[in-house]
Design a binder for this molecule. Sequence first.
Ligand code: URA
Ligand code: CA
Length: 432
Amino acid sequence: MRMVDLIEKKRDGGELTTEEINFIIEGYTKGEIPDYQVSALAMAIFFKDMTQRERADLTMAMVHSGDTIDLSEIEGIKVDKHSTGGVGDTTTLVLAPLVAALDIPVAKMSGRGLGHTGGTIDKLESIEGFHVEIEREEFVELVNKHKIAVIGQTGNLTPADKKLYALRDVTGTVDSISLIASSIMSKKIAAGSDAIVLDVKTGAGAFMKTVDDAKALALAMVSIGNNVGRNTMAVISDMSQPLGFAIGNSLEVKEAIDTLKGQGPKDLEELCLALGRQMVYLAKKASSLEEAEEMLKEVIKNGKALEKFKEFIRNQGGNPDVVDHPEQLPQAKYQIEVPAKEDGVVAEIVADEIGTAAMWLGAGRATKESEIDLAVGLMLNKKIGDRVKKGESLVTIHANRENVDDVINKIYDNIRIADHAEAPVLIYGTVT
Ligand code: URA
Ligand code: CA
């Protein structure tokens, strides 16, 4: 087989066979096929696209390019949740203990974040003592016994995807539904869960800016998952404005605690229930989505979800007192209010720009090497559709530097006040 023939085949709109896709991914991983040929192929895929079968084959070829995680020693149906990424997305911190409180195993492998805020691990590390550097055996034991554990990235997962994603980033070929879907799904499948609930975001703060694009990506990922034997479904949710109120690591831990107490922001709670009920249903713990949702509400009400969060923190070396005393989480030195300049209704809070403002404070990493400040971030005091009076605070900035004029200006540029506006739709639908 010659790579140039395969590039030409795709360029002319042909369908690559399973063998051809395996040849490409194996050759590329080993360094036998050069970047320039794979770039040309990625561009051909960008224009000519792939069939569902080709996408599933590409996904599995990338899964097999490296290690895969075997979770078979963990009892029960392992359901993973994955978000395509948004601003202030606190759902994982809420869902992990919430679902585990219903005896559904949550075996989470997580990474550090790049961008507006940290990843799940960074957020959890704002709890004193909490660590994810545990051995595989301990991880399995914890999940079997307590139904919940988080471990840092182990093994060499999907090296082909790492290489290909980096190449796409510099060759204008990131924005292909086929390539995005197989990239995300290869990582999820290699991580070993039996079933996958996807939260595909749409809006300013998301990869997919329109609902139609988000639906197309959701369909592509769900079809890959189901084609390769992992029960997969997707919820399409709004990311035009940040989710909940908190953007920043310890601020989001506090927000998760509030939500587990039933006192969280409405949108965050609604999305957690929408994703959670799908997880409970896929784990076969409920016979309908309605029943699943009732079960989730019950463990919030009776305190079991919050207890599970404490148990989880204790198991991984953290101080569970933060749940009752969130003031023990890292606190920023300065709290600065950003007052509204006029009366009206909040009409726009541009998610990605507000996320960038949080990153400037140090809540996220601009590059992989950046140091993160776990205490800093933003608290939204208003959301789209809320009435506001001149002088009322729109946002509270939590900072460890005194001068935050850059952040204040960024916030004013990206929160628009109008005469009328309504809260956006939160959930656009589901794809199964
Ligand atoms: N996220 C990924 O992991 N891969 C993509 O291709 C795009 C977003
Ligand atoms: Ca949030």
